[in-house]
Write a protein of this length. Structure first.
Length: 234
């Protein structure tokens, strides 16, 4: 007697199917994000969403890209001292700074240079949960695919130093009439000091408070040069 062939109908499991679709979508998004991050590891970002907004609002901006080799090393040390003193010792998130910010009741000082680069280059300004989640996801990618020196190079070329003045090349000439390669320790510290509020602070005509902040940044830049905290980008 011939044996009957039994066929078990494949049951449709909606949760398993949904899980596969979610995994597939997450994989595609990750690959796209990695490709975009890898692109700017070697190609200079042409602009940002915020720069385009300001360009439309003001009718034009002042900005010119310069390579890291064309920037005085003290400028890099100054922005690190001002914005992210543990820059060489973290992988994109400064846990100690975040804890201190939470203990102080706010987020001030918790954002690293790497996070700011992600926000400035790939995302948008303002506070939103969506932006913070994307920023948190992309920051480790930038840290993994870019060198620390490249992160700083992009950072100082994209940030705002005065209304309509973006990047260290435009800022050095705007405030001091010199190229970024000729910046002194005092000038670099003053440029770094305007970053929290570039539309209201001036590097060439600093207030008393700005002078004190710039002096602290100058000392901090010298300190991180001595103690090795600048080794990862020099």
């Amino acid at each position: 007697m011939a044996k009957k062939t039994s066929r078990v109908a494949t049951r449709f499991r909606p949760m398993r199917w949904l899980g596969r679709q979610i995994l597939r979508a997450v994989s595609i998004v990750f690959l796209i994000a990695a490709a975009v991050v890898l692109l700017f590891a070697v190609v200079n970002p042409p602009t940002t969403y915020y720069i385009q907004q300001e360009k439309a609002r003001l009718g034009g901006i002042d900005r010119q890209w310069v390579s890291a080799e064309e920037i005085a090393p003290v400028m890099f040390r100054s922005v690190v001292a001002a914005e992210d003193a543990n820059y060489c010792h973290h992988w994109g998130f400064d846990v100690d700074a975040l804890r201190s910010a939470i203990a102080a009741g706010g987020a001030r000082g918790a954002s690293t240079i790497s996070q700011q680069v992600v926000k400035n280059v790939y995302l948008w300004q303002g506070r939103s949960y969506t932006r913070k989640v994307i920023e948190a996801a992309m920051t480790p990618l930038v840290e993994a695919l870019w060198s620390k020196r490249r992160i700083l190079e992009v950072y100082v070329n994209m940030i705002e130093f005065d209304e309509g003045v973006f990047g260290v090349e435009a800022a050095a000439r705007h405030y001091f009439g010199v190229g970024p390669e000729a910046l002194t320790a005092t000038q670099a510290a003053r440029l770094a000091a305007v970053l929290p509020s570039p539309k209201t602070n001036s590097a060439s005509a600093p207030s008393a408070g700005m002078r004190k902040r710039a002096a602290r940044i100058k000392d901090g830049a010298a300190t991180i040069a001595r103690d090795g905290r600048a080794a990862c980008f020099e």
